[in-house]
Design a protein around this ligand. Structure first.
Ligand SMILES: Nc1nc2c(ncn2[C@@H]2O[C@H](COP(=O)(O)OP(=O)(O)OP(=O)(O)O)[C@@H](O)[C@H]2O)c(=O)[nH]1
Length: 452
């Protein structure tokens, strides 16, 4: 079994470990507390049902013993009390009988409690008290017999008097011993019970402190978990918000949701919203791309359309008007295209236009732009080219078109009008100049280039 590694454990594991420790401690404290309560209850029962009645009994014994003492005093002084119906022996026997009853009762109580194993505190001391009482009873019997003998002889010798005195003193001290033992027993029991009560109070305080710490920890732990999850939800919502604001695809929820409470349901809902938004934005981007293509691309040939042409020629004019920037404009028109349509059909005419555009695109630089600006009319904007360079490009393209040989398509040629940006040109001015050059090229017999 691997030992819990506190230093390498995560915060969650640490809090969990602390919980296990505290719960174990709390459990031990509860068990100990229950044990103490039980012990105190048993002790209190002994005090209530044994020690206190014993003390009461001994108070009565003490009282009788006081009476006896007085009697012995009289006996010693040989003061006969005429009005008293009983003689000293009878008097002693009568009182001894009362003491004996009380002491027998005390011994019975102690023995009963000992037999039932109720005495948990100082059972030996209780046993000793019982033995001492039994000894006392024996001594008391002996004293009674002796006293009877002395009385019957009707004269008191000095020796007998001394013997009676000694025995009486011994009996008295035996009684005192019993009382002292009982008092000690009661006070000891009270002391131990008091100690156990203090222990119990200490344990109860520990219990309370543990419960408070556990409660605080538990509350903090739960609050932390809830806060962390709320933060996660907030961060997801923020991501969502920023994605919508910046038109970016939102990130997927990173953490897999394990729990099934209300917050988990909320996270799940947000996950669904994010996933839907992802789909929505992806398809919207697709639609936007398609729209841009539709807006800028010629559907038949795939090159830029007239709309893009108008936008770009304006851009080029603006750039050239602001700086030394130069660009060339080439307009090319397929020669006798009407005949192609007439002879091969409109479909072949379309195919030819598409084929021609596809073949021309790789022939120009990436910065050059090819537009279809009319039926069989194309334009090329060629940035940073002067007239000569533009003428060379047009010538290369003219040659290329005239040499194109596609089996399924008729061979064609094209005429070119070429010009360059001139100061203060507007889009229509430069276009008209190029168009005029093209017109001249047509007039010159086609498949040629006129630079304006
Ligand atoms: N197949 C096809 N034909 C088109 C398209 N757009 C225009 N045309 C045809 O192109 C032909 C252009 O004819 P014209 O303007 O007379 O010019 P041309 O026959 O090319 O003669 P020149 O330009 O003078 O050499 C017309 O017959 C149009 O119908 C198109 O998208 N597809």
């Amino acid at each position: 079994m691997s030992v819990f590694n506190w230093y390498n454990a995560s915060i969650k594991q640490k809090i969990g470990g602390l919980f296990v420790f505290l719960l174990t401690f709390l459990f031990c404290v509860i068990v100990f507390s229950a044990y103490k309560v039980n012990q105190i209850e048993r002790e209190m029962r002994v005090v209530a049902f044994l020690d206190i009645p014993l003390s009461q009994l001994m108070q009565q014994v003490e009282f009788i013993e006081l009476e006896q003492h007085l009697q012995f005093e009289q006996f010693q002084l040989k003061n006969k009390i005429d009005d008293k119906p009983l003689n000293p022996h009878q008097q002693f026997a009568f009182e001894k009988q009362k003491i004996k009853q009380l002491l027998d009762k005390a011994v019975a109580m102690i023995n009963h409690s000992l037999a039932l194993k109720e005495v948990i505190l100082q059972p030996e001391a209780h046993q000793k008290v019982a033995t001492t009482i039994e000894n006392y009873t024996q001594k008391s019997d002996e004293f009674e017999n002796y006293l009877e003998n002395v009385y019957q002889q009707n004269q008191l010798t000095e020796q007998a008097r001394l013997q009676v005195e000694t025995m009486a003193t011994e009996l008295e001290s035996a009684e005192k011993q019993i009382i002292a033992q009982l008092n000690k027993l009661t006070s000891d029991d009270a002391y131990y019970t008091d100690q156990h009560e203090k222990d119990f109070l200490f344990v109860s305080s520990l219990l309370g402190i543990c419960a408070i710490i556990l409660g605080l920890l538990l509350t903090t732990f739960i609050i932390q978990i809830i806060l962390r999850r709320i933060q996660r939800i907030q961060s997801n919502i923020e991501t969502l918000n920023s994605s919508v604001e910046h038109h970016e695809l939102p990130l997927e929820l990173q953490k897999k949701i394990k729990t099934k409470d209300e917050l988990a349901a909320l996270e799940h809902d947000i996950k669904i919203v994010i996933s839907r938004l992802n789909q929505e934005m992806t398809s919207r981007e697709e639609v936007e791309k398609q729209l841009i293509i539709l807006a800028t691309q010629d559907r038949l040939t795939g090159v830029f359309n007239r709309h893009k042409w108008e936008e770009q020629i304006e851009n080029q004019i603006n750039m050239a008007a602001r700086s030394e920037y130069l660009f060339a404009l080439i307009i090319l028109d397929i020669d006798h295209f009407k005949q192609v349509n007439d002879q091969y059909g409109h479909q072949i005419g379309d195919k030819l236009l598409k084929h021609l555009a596809t073949q021309l695109q790789p022939q120009i630089r990436t910065m050059d732009m090819l537009f279809r600006i009319g039926g069989e009319e194309f334009a090329i904007i060629s940035p940073t080219q002067d007239k000569q360079q533009a003428h060379q490009l047009a010538e290369r393209l003219r040659m290329y078109i005239s040499e194109l040989d596609e089996v399924s398509l008729p061979k064609v040629t094209a005429s070119f009008g070429v010009t360059c940006y001139q100061a203060d040109d507007s889009s229509s001015v430069i276009f008209n100049r190029a168009d005029k050059a093209l017109y001249e090229a047509k007039a010159q017999g086609r498949n040629c280039i006129v630079v304006a």
